[in-house]
Design a protein around this ligand. Structure first.
Ligand code: 2M8
Length: 451
């Protein structure tokens, strides 16, 4: 059932209210209680949402995040900006990033998340009204070298092999308890982090929607190891047990390199930057092509330590689509797989949306975080790619289903049960509201035509 145009207009106002409610002035809480600080890829999506309300505020979101960029170019996964009245675990003391000479003066974590930021910068520019163009252009020109430095970090420190694929150091680098990490986590022999108390399970009413204590022991132990190496990428690469070539992260980098190239004239980019970006983009596409299994249509991560492919059907298997693949064979195979019963075409699903883990996998859990639920931000990335690839009808069906899911649930939830459409995880999640705002723009021809 498609919700009415009036309900859509109400949804847009409610989405704007969520962003205003989570607005801390110059940055936005990822969620009011569970995630009170500034998260990296959340901020990028949030900026896309703000761009529909106030492009200046949207750009400020990114500027604030990049103010915490490390001297290596890394953009940290959390910038700890909330006060002590908003507790979060693990906080800055657990990370102790001041031990790294590359860390900024502000408190952050020592890992990173997928580089959606260039997509946000591109969207901000697309939505900038004529009168604000000189100001926004000047600010984008100032931000652009920082975005290039961020991509440079990912293309070098996180890919010393020059494979075109980004190496993830930690499940918190995007999709926490995805089953993609299970084997690598199980290989860690000792996982004895110092004593700790989780706050997340009490903040989300039902702990079965969150990672287990087994997962948390390993997440926290990995942070202890990163701390031991003082967050030095070369040392981490030599000694650390968890190094995964993440095809989804890599695909986002490909799309982000394309977005930066698209903005190159606006930002008056140097020739050397343009050449580098084009090189990383090509290398990324080739790297993903090597991880593509033509027989199954899946693109697969691999474990750098064991050299093994991670053969699992998850949303990440669609990395070539997320990377806007130009290879017709890959695209045809991936589109067929996308709507098969293993993914969006599952007859038990409430909406034709991509689950984080396929229901055909024995580890599928429809309520549990990245092990089954539908995540609107992932749907947004796929919708964007499908639109750019010219699959307009499929993209629009994804947008409509996504908006219907949120409107029917009556909540800007963090994630949704693919079987029932029930809202799960945190409520008033900023990035869900942000992508709803962007999707809603297509219902408002005046605004959409500026894009
Ligand atoms: C989730 O991750 C945090 C840790 O960073 C958590 O579980 O406490 C993930 O979904 C992550 O991708 C997201 O950025 C963050 C905030 O929304 O929450």
């Amino acid at each position: 059932m498609t919700v009415t145009a009036d309900a859509r207009a109400v949804l847009r106002d409610q989405a704007a209210a969520v962003l205003h409610g989570n607005d801390a002035g110059s940055w936005t809480r990822a969620a009011p209680h569970l995630y009170p600080h500034q998260w990296s890829w959340d901020s990028a999506f949030i900026a896309i949402g703000w761009a529909h309300l106030d492009v200046r505020r949207a750009l400020m979101e990114l500027e604030q995040l990049f103010a915490a960029q490390w001297s290596t170019g890394m953009v940290p996964h959390i910038v700890f900006r909330a006060g002590p009245d908003k507790p979060y675990f693990p906080g800055p003391e657990w990370w102790d990033c001041a031990i790294s000479p590359a860390a900024p003066p502000i408190k952050t974590t020592g890992i990173c998340q997928p580089p959606v930021h260039a997509l946000a910068a591109q969207r901000i520019w697309q939505l900038t009204p004529e009168a604000l163009r000189p100001e926004i252009r000047a600010r984008l020109q100032a931000l652009y070298p920082r975005l290039v430095a961020w991509h440079h970090y990912l293309a070098t420190e996180r890919d010393p092999e020059g494979s075109g694929l980004v190496t993830a150091y930690h499940p918190w680098e995007g999709t926490d308890n995805s089953p993609r990490w299970d084997h690598a986590l199980a290989r860690i022999e000792v996982a004895e982090p110092g004593p700790y108390t989780r706050l997340d399970t009490s903040q989300v009413g039902d702990p079965s929607q969150r990672p287990t204590d087994w997962d948390y022991d390993r997440y926290l132990w990995l942070v202890e190891l990163l701390r031991k190496y003082k967050y030095d990428d070369a040392k981490i690469y030599r000694e650390y047990p968890f190094l995964i070539k993440d095809v989804f992260f890599s695909a986002v980098l490909v799309a982000a390199n394309a977005a930066l190239l698209d903005l190159a004239d606006v930002a008056d980019a140097r020739d050397s930057d343009r050449t580098q970006l084009a090189g990383w983009l090509d290398r990324g596409k080739s790297g993903l092509a090597r991880c593509f299994d033509a027989e199954s249509g899946l693109c697969l991560d691999y474990d750098v330590r064991t050299g093994e492919q991670i053969r699992l059907r998850t949303f990440a298997s669609f990395a070539p689509l997320f990377a806007e693949t130009t290879d017709t064979g890959q695209r045809v195979a991936q589109l067929a797989l996308l709507d098969s019963a293993d993914f969006c075409g599952n007859p038990e699903f409430r909406y034709r949306l991509l689950p984080s883990t396929s229901p055909a996998e024995p580890v599928f859990q429809p309520h549990n975080y990245w092990r089954g639920p539908v995540w609107p931000v992932i749907s947004w990335l796929l919708w964007r790619s499908l639109s750019l690839l010219g699959c307009v009808d499929r993209a629009d069906a994804m947008r409509t289903d996504s908006l219907d899911q949120i409107a029917t649930a009556g909540e800007f939830a963090e994630y949704f049960d693919p079987l029932t459409g029930a809202p799960l995880g945190s409520a008033q999640q900023s990035w869900t509201a942000a992508v709803a705002l962007d999707w809603s723009a297509a219902d408002r021809p005046d605004e959409a035509s500026e894009a």
